[in-house]
Write a protein that binds this ligand. Sequence first.
Ligand code: GTP
Length: 398
Amino acid sequence: MDSDEDIPILIEHKEAPLLSTSEIATPGSHHVPCTILTGFLGAGKSTLLKRILTERHGYRIAVIMNEFGDTANIEAKAINVSSPDDPTAEMSEEFLELANGCLCCSIKDTGIAAIEKLMERKGAFDHILLETTGLADPGPIASMLWHNEEYATGLGRDIVLDGVVCVVDGVFGKQQMEEDHSVDGIGESLRQIACSDVILLNKVDLVEEAQVITIEAMIRQVNSSAPIYRTIRGQVDLGYIMNINAYAGANQLRKVTPDQHVHDEDCQEHDHQSSEASPTHYELRGISSLQVSVPTLNSSSFDALDGWIRSVLWENSLPDYIHEPDGSEKHNLKVLRCKGLFVTESGEQLVLQGVQDRYDIKEVDGENVTGVPESGKLVLIGKGLDERVRQSLTGLWN
Ligand SMILES: Nc1nc2c(ncn2[C@@H]2O[C@H](COP(=O)(O)OP(=O)(O)OP(=O)(O)O)[C@@H](O)[C@H]2O)c(=O)[nH]1
């Protein structure tokens, strides 16, 4: 592109991404979806980004990386290095403008202010992809972006969190998950998987099918609700990772039912929830997913559920928690991500979304209602989600 105002020509793409023009934020429209890309060191994040930056997909995507690394050698139309007297220089370091209309930049500060500055300087984008470092916990960034509208000003207000995508290494992912340690018992690779809305199991060309199945099962133990797509060098239909609206609609949650199978040449989703024996509780190194059916709620059971969620998210404790007789044990409860779809007696459908200790429950938009499910569901991902938690929750209506 010669100037920032140039609009890239849309190019027809045979394996068209699932992004439809109605889903894509158009320049001037007010919401620019932002996807957080996470994944452990060397899993293949940069390889995926490099593909997005060089392929002709027709979208103007701003990719924000921590560092260009070997991506710097991709063919860029222009490389601008901010001048030292540029007031935003300390935030934005380098831009690469790519032939396909995308923009790649490296900023030290991934806070909203820095992204806002970027948008002011470079105009709006169809989508923002924010890469975190391999050792980062995406939870705080997701939480900040999700509630961004409350705090941001100017163009920054228009950024909405679309979802968290995690790349897992098909070769070393198993070892990374097994050896994951940290002070509070939740290491980075497990946190990244726990917080994600979509998982790409990458490098499947390098491992036997049996190992792929083993890793998928391990991922499922931590996060039972995110779809897993097998990839080679990040080859995945962009529609599976962008504009998934994981924090706004109920569609992702509807998919937490045992019926989905997607097959692609280079990427396949494998649904493990379809197993007859599909348990509702798994655990890996203390991190687990707890999935509970929620019956139709009346106003008092809804209030009770809301209070229960507050206690769990804000106090890290069950409202009815009974301490051990000697008072010594503390229930080590920590929810990293929660989602829910509830049905009320008056026929409303409500969606719960939560990241760390923040949550909201909203009525599903009329246009997103596709039939009323028989019952609701609640998915919690985090630590200490044991049988006591399940019983405490189901005790609200049993
Ligand atoms: N065979 C094979 N190699 C891959 C695949 N994906 C990535 N690689 C290679 O794996 C190495 C690491 O990939 P990167 O994309 O740099 O990984 P990353 O997650 O960005 O790494 P960090 O920035 O260190 O966190 C590179 O040498 C890639 O070429 C894949 O699917 N198959």
